[in-house]
Design a protein around this ligand. Sequence first.
Ligand code: C5P
Length: 290
Amino acid sequence: MALEKKSPCKVNLILNILGRRADGFHELETVMQPVNVCDRLTFERTGAGLLLSCSHAELPTDSKNLVHRAAASFLAAANIADGVRIHLQKNLPLAGGIGGGSANAAVTFTALNELFGAPLSVDKLHELAAALGSDVPFFLYDQPALATGRGEKVRPLENFPALRGKAFFLAHPGFGISTPWSYQNLARFPEALHGQPGRAEKLIALLQGDDLKAAAAETYNSLEAPAFDKFPVLALYQAFLRENGALVTLMSGSGSTTFAITENLAAADTLAEKFKSRFGENGWTATVGA
Ligand code: C5P
């Protein structure tokens, strides 16, 4: 029987980079918020082999795909000789900074563990996930979280009271931003490269209250510095969203997706219509309750 799973995305309510490490990665503190706009994956046991298909023609279906790598890593670690057939229905934009590919990999780990009778512990899944990408472990938990280190150390948190009843608007401009490019170019912005530690905890404390406007002042993304320098339209998006009632607006992750938080879903839908009439229909947008 096929197992069907939703693969959600995330936004970073703060992405505070603290400096470059000796291993080339960047030390950071980030608050990640799951957002219920989803890809879909189906998993089926087969006799042998690993077969991935995908609705999106641009995505590879071999070991260059994170889903394929997650499945191969799971089968090897669990010592499973049986095969699996996976289909990925891609709805989220690629290179969007909302963790679509990372979530696909995490969902693959949890789904295969379910399909094969839970041979691996959560700690083992976390270890395999971290080896695939810094954002992958976060998606194992399906909760907001503080992530530190290079992003792989995850402390799951209760849902934030400040987001109760609120909604998200997501806007992808139709071009992606490469994560390695963002981090490399952060070197040109020393202030953004060397954030003050403690800002993420401060934001969490505010999100645990009920005043989103107070929390909004503490949202921040270090990677906006290189992104806005190359793609000024992303700064225009935020100015427009703020002028039209967004309570929070920020770039997510390494971009290129911009998100806004609104009072409720109706306000997000209104904002989406205004945004599309101002900037056109070329990109990708979504609205969803928080
Ligand atoms: O871990 P992930 O595969 O998502 O990282 C992609 C790239 O982003 C890394 O190769 C690195 O260049 C950069 N990166 C970084 N510091 C992080 C996370 C990612 O420099 N904390």
